[in-house]
Design a protein around this ligand. Structure first.
Ligand code: TA6
Length: 303
């Protein structure tokens, strides 16, 4: 079925009039556009990728690069990429795609539902011949996003095989900030982290995080919420999480920003990633027939 007709067909089957519409987005990629009384939002079938959440009477919360690519095989730069079944580079396989293979493929729409002012979009993908080229496991993966006065993201992994498997996962969220130098992150005081800008040396966080250079850290064994205090946009973004034992904090700063083809040279000033995850020593082991759910809930508050 040609793309336009396929999108119209999806809208006929899953759309909710005046609330959720499936349309062609950037690059002609199919997206669900949400317009409810509580919030506006967008989620692409490509990577089950949330690219927008804007609560009523508030500005957009997620950052998306003006230079992002929008095509099969490429990850969208910004919003919430899904990293699975490994994070960053695949151990022992330098040719494997960074952050796994589910953020660069089209997922299937499972359902769209509405409860009061909350709209939930559910998409899934599963193992096939392509995935088995990179990773032998049989899996079923669901990403469920609920757009309301808060944004709730749930990633559910099910082991469909007969052997246990290990995986890493991250909701690699890009948040918009007014000016990164005028922002601080709270909630990780006293937590150990791996500093990726310093050969993954293990360090201890003292106090709030101020971003003053390239920052790429995996905070370990932490279940607490993180609050982004943004004096530029005069707001707080709070990220609560469940079933997640690591939090990644990333800002590419000047040089890395210039080196990324799908990222604007000055865009480092306007974003920070706070990633609800299970990576490194906190990868998850899942037995056959079992499932694991990680959850992240984002809320806005005034400063
Ligand atoms: O989450 C932080 C990180 O792992 C950084 O090391 C940086 O590479 C970033 O992800 C972006 O990765 P990507 O593969 O999307 O370019």
């Amino acid at each position: 079925m040609e793309p336009k007709a396929a999108i119209a067909d999806l809208d006929r089957r899953y759309g909710i009039p005046d609330v959720a519409k499936i349309v062609a987005g950037n690059g002609g990629l199919a997206k669900v556009r949400i317009t409810s009384a509580a919030a506006k939002g967008e989620m692409y079938l490509h990577g089950a990728h949330v690219t927008s959440w804007q609560p009523r009477d508030a500005e957009e919360v997620l950052f998306v690069s003006a230079k992002s690519g929008w095509q099969d095989g490429h990850a969208i730069r910004g919003g919430v990429p899904i990293c699975f079944p490994w994070f960053a580079n695949k151990a022992g396989d330098p040719g494997a795609p960074s952050h796994g293979f589910v953020r660069t493929i089209s997922w299937q729409l499972e359902s769209i539902s509405q409860a009061d002012n909350a709209v939930t979009v559910s998409m899934f993908t599963k193992s096939n011949d392509m995935t088995k080229k990179w990773w032998p496991a049989d899996f079923h993966l669901v990403h469920r996003a609920t757009f309301a006065s808060g944004l709730r993201l749930e990633l559910v992994v099910r082991n469909m095989g007969t052997a246990s498997f290990h995986f890493e996962e991250a909701l690699h969220s890009y948040f918009r900030v007014g000016q990164i130098e005028k922002a601080q992150l709270h909630g990780l005081n006293g937590v150990q982290y791996l500093d990726k800008t310093d050969s993954n040396r293990k360090k201890l966080q003292y106090g709030a995080i101020a971003i003053v250079s390239e920052t790429d850290r995996v905070y370990l064994n932490t279940t607490g919420a993180v609050e982004l205090e943004d004096h530029g946009l005069r707001r707080r973004i709070r990220v609560d999480k469940e079933n997640s034992l690591t939090t990644v904090v990333w800002n590419p700063w000047v040089e890395k920003a210039k080196a990324m083809a799908d990222f604007g040279a000055e865009e480092w000033i306007r974003m920070v990633c706070i990633e609800t995850s299970n990576v490194s020593d906190f990868a998850v082991e899942l037995a056959p027939g079992q499932q694991h759910k990680i959850q992240s809930t984002v809320r806005l508050a005034d400063l």
